[in-house]
Write a protein that binds this ligand. Structure first.
Ligand code: GRF
Length: 205
């Protein structure tokens, strides 16, 4: 296991609160990853300001300026390579990635999802959990495989669903846990503490 901190990019599309949690946790020089790049597909993503104010290099790869998904992903990959990125963390990155991109990052591409996978893949997870009347909800950090919100699970946290919850109050309770488990999951991956089998499965798509 190398003691050098792994150069990590955080890919965002909006608010960037998970990116912020990762940046703040990685300020500790003993944390095994450093946040070396904040990359957004949306030039107006509010999260970019925090990254910029905190001295994190920022990049924009605006998907609207590319004719095809493939061209967009090639540009994304070129920026990541230019910054010598070793681990990619998706954090509210609202673009589906093709198998080609996923295959560039076996065991090195992470995502956070606001539900206890494999339950509630996709969007509007909090609304759907409330509509179903579940009593436990939560969040998941997982390796990305070719399917949407699929791939080996690295970390999860559960929260209670209260009778009084609205999608907003439930989202806030889950988000608090996201900010804890994402840095913890990144630390495990960057520190080489995730079982090799989990990484292999991620590369298998
Ligand atoms: C989070 O709920 C995350 O789980 C989901 O998108 C949201 C992003 O929030 N993938 P933020 O941009 O990190 O604040």
């Amino acid at each position: 296991m190398s003691s050098r901190r792994k150069r990590t990019a955080v890919l965002i599309s909006g608010r960037g609160s998970n990116m912020r949690a990762l940046i703040e946790r990685a300020r500790d020089p003993l944390f095994p990853a450093e946040i070396s790049l904040a990359l957004s597909n949306r030039p107006e993503a509010p999260g970019l300001a925090f990254a910029n104010d905190n001295g994190i290099p920022c990049a924009i790869v605006d998907h609207k300026t590319y004719a095809t998904r493939q061209e967009f992903e090639k540009a994304l990959q070129a920026v990541l390579e230019a910054h010598r990125i070793e681990i990619v963390c998706l954090a509210g990155f609202m673009r589906l990635l093709t198998p080609w991109f996923v295959e560039q990052w076996p065991g090195r591409l992470l995502n956070i999802h606001p539900a206890l996978l494999p339950a509630y893949r996709g969007l509007h997870t909090h609304e759907r959990a409330l509509a179903d009347g579940v009593k436990i909800h939560g969040c998941t950090v997982h390796f990305v495989s070719a399917g949407v919100d699929e791939g080996p699970i690295i970390a999860q946290a559960a929260v209670p669903v209260l009778d009084s919850d609205t999608p907003e109050t439930l989202a806030a309770r889950v988000l608090e846990q996201e900010h804890i488990i994402y840095p913890a999951a990144l630390a495990r991956v960057a520190g080489g503490l995730v079982p090799p089998q989990a990484k292999c499965e991620a590369s298998g798509g």
